[in-house]
Design a protein around this ligand. Structure first.
Ligand code: AMP
Length: 418
C-alpha cells in the first residue's frame, strides 16, 4: 500500500525542522497576544464556495468535495480563514469581545498538480485578527512573519504588498478593468472569459502566458484607491519602513481568493529556485458580514509550512539530533528487570534514558548506545551487581565512576539531568 498522489508521510527523521518552526511560531504568537484555535478539517462545502468565491481555482478545480452517507456536501478544508470566520460567528465571539487574535496550525487539502513544494495535503500556520480596521494590524502581521522567518534563519526574503481597495473604490476600479479587458478578449483563455463578468479581478491572477502578457498594462487597484484606502495603505508602508521590514509595493499582487480587501501581501523567497511564496495573506473586511455575522474588519495570513521547511533544508539549517542522556546496558534477566525500573523512573524525572530488552551481547549493546548518541552508559552486568559497583561511563571523556545499586536513580539524576 502506498500514500495517494500528493499526500506524504513526514517521518521522524525529518521532523526536527517542523518542530523547530512550530516552537518558534507558537512562541511568537504568544508574545504578540494570539490565542490558539482548532477548527475541523471537514466543513460544509457551502462555507468555502461562499467565502473563497465560486469562480476561483480553489473552488472550481481543487477542493476535495464529496457527499457523505446522508448526501450532505462536505469539503476537506482548502484553507483555514473561512472556518475561523465561521467559528467567530457561530460562537458569537463578537458579542463578548470583538477584537480577537487567533492562530492555528494544521493540514489543508487542495487537488493541485503535485510537484516540489506543492502537495495535495499540505500544512499551514495561520493567523487571523478580528475587529480592528487599523493599518497597524496589517503591519503587525507582516512584521510577525518577518520576525519568524528571520528567527528561523531565512535571509533572502521580500514582502510584496498591495492594496485591493474597498467597497467604496472597487466598483469604479472594476469598471476601468473591464473596459481594458474588453479590448483584449482575443488573447484571453476560456477560464478568464468566463470569469470576466463574475469577478474580473481573478483574471489578473491567471497563470496562462497569453493572458498574463495581454494584461501587463491593465489598470491597477492601487491607482484607483479612495482616499481612506490610500491613507490606510500609506500607514502600513510607513510602519514597515520604520520597522526595517524589507518590502516592495507590487501592483500586480491580487491573490487567488475573492474575499480580500485593502492590504494583500506575500512573502517571497528565491531559496527554492524560482521565486515562490512562503506566506500570503490580506484583509477581508467584508467576509464576516457576508457569512452572516456583524460587520467586522479582519485580516490574516497563512504560512506554507511545507515550503518553509524546504527552504530551511535548502539552507542546511537542520538542528542537531537529540542526544540520549543515558543508555542502561543490561546483561542478564536480573539486570534487565532493574534496568527497566530505573529507566522508567529516570524518564519520569526528566532524563532521556533507554534500555535494550532484546538480550543482546555487550558488544552489540555498546554499538546501540553509540548509535543512539548516548552521553553516558550505565553498565549493569552480573559481576557489577555481585560487587554492588555499577559502572557509569561518560562516553565523551571515557571517565568511569562506580555507583551502588541503591544509588542509581539519585546519582544519575544529580549528575546527568540536563
Ligand atoms: P494561499 O492560501 O493560497 O494564499 O497559500 C498560502 C501559502 O500556503 C502559500 O504561500 C504556499 O506557501 C502555501 N501553499 C499553498 N498551496 C500549497 C500546496 N498545494 N502545497 C504546499 N504549500 C502550499
Amino acid at each position: 500500500m502506498q500514500t495517494i498522489r500528493g499526500f506524504r508521510d513526514i517521518l521522524p527523521e525529518n521532523i526536527a525542522l517542523w518542530q523547530k518552526v512550530e516552537k518558534e511560531a507558537t512562541r511568537l504568537f504568544k508574545q504578540f497576544g494570539y490565542e490558539e484555535i482548532r477548527i475541523p478539517i471537514l466543513e460544509k462545502t457551502e462555507l468555502f464556495a461562499r467565502s473563497i468565491g465560486e469562480v476561483t481555482d480553489i473552488v472550481e478545480k481543487e477542493m476535495y468535495t464529496f457527499a457523505d452517507r446522508k448526501g450532505d456536501k462536505l469539503t476537506l478544508r482548502p484553507e483555514a480563514t473561512a472556518s475561523i470566520v465561521r467559528s467567530y460567528i457561530q460562537h458569537k465571539m463578537y458579542a463578548a469581545e470583538p477584537v480577537r487574535k487567533f492562530y492555528t496550525i494544521g493540514p489543508m487539502f487542495r487537488r493541485e498538480r503535485p510537484q516540489k513544494g506543492r502537495y495535495r495535503q499540505f500544512y499551514q500556520i495561520d493567523a487571523e485578527v478580528f475587529g480592528v480596521e487599523s493599518a497597524y494590524v496589517d503591519a503587525e502581521l507582516v512584521f510577525i512573519l518577518n520576525e519568524l522567518f528571520t528567527a528561523l534563519g531565512l535571509s533572502d526574503l521580500k514582502a510584496h504588498i498591495n492594496s485591493l481597495g474597498c467597497a467604496e473604490c472597487r466598483p469604479s476600479y472594476q469598471k476601468a478593468l473591464l473596459d481594458f479587458i474588453s479590448t483584449k478578449t482575443e488573447h484571453l483563455c476560456e477560464n478568464c472569459l468566463r470569469r470576466m463578468d463574475k469577478n474580473p479581478l481573478r483574471i489578473l491572477d491567471c497563470k496562462v502566458e497569453s493572458c498574463a502578457n495581454a494584461l501587463t498594462d491593465a489598470p491597477a487597484t492601487l491607482d484607483h484607491l479612495c482616499s481612506a484606502c490610500d491613507d490606510h495603505f500609506n500607514t502600513v508602508k510607513r510602519a514597515l519602513e520604520q520597522q526595517n521590514v524589507a518590502f516592495t509595493v507590487d501592483k500586480s499582487l491580487v491573490r487567488g481568493l475573492d474575499y480580500y480587501t485593502r492590504t494583500a501581501f506575500e512573502i517571497l523567497t528565491t531559496n527554492l529556485g524560482a521565486q515562490s511564496a512562503v506566506a500570503g495573506g490580506g484583509r477581508y473586511d467584508r467576509l464576516t458580514e457576508e457569512l452572516g455575522g456583524p460587520p467586522t474588519p479582519a485580516i490574516g495570513f497563512a504560512i506554507g509550512y511545507d515550503r518553509l521547511v524546504e527552504v530551511m533544508e535548502a539552507l542546511d539549517n537542520v538542528p542537531t539530533p537529540d542526544v540520549l542522556d543515558l543508555f542502561i546496558l543490561t546483561l542478564g534477566d536480573d539486570a534487565t528487570h532493574k534496568g527497566y525500573i530505573w529507566a522508567s523512573e529516570l524518564n519520569r524525572m526528566g532524563l532521556r534514558c533507554e534500555v535494550d530488552y532484546r538480550g543482546k551481547s555487550m558488544k552489540a549493546l555498546m554499538k546501540r548506545a553509540n548509535k543512539l548518541n548516548a552521553r553516558h552508559v550505565l553498565i549493569v552486568g552480573e559481576d557489577e551487581l555481585a560487587k554492588n559497583a555499577l559502572i557509569l561511563r561518560n562516553m565523551t571523556t571515557k571517565e568511569q565512576t562506580d555507583i551502588q545499586v541503591d544509588q542509581v536513580v539519585d546519582t544519575c539524576l544529580a549528575r546527568l539531568k540536563p
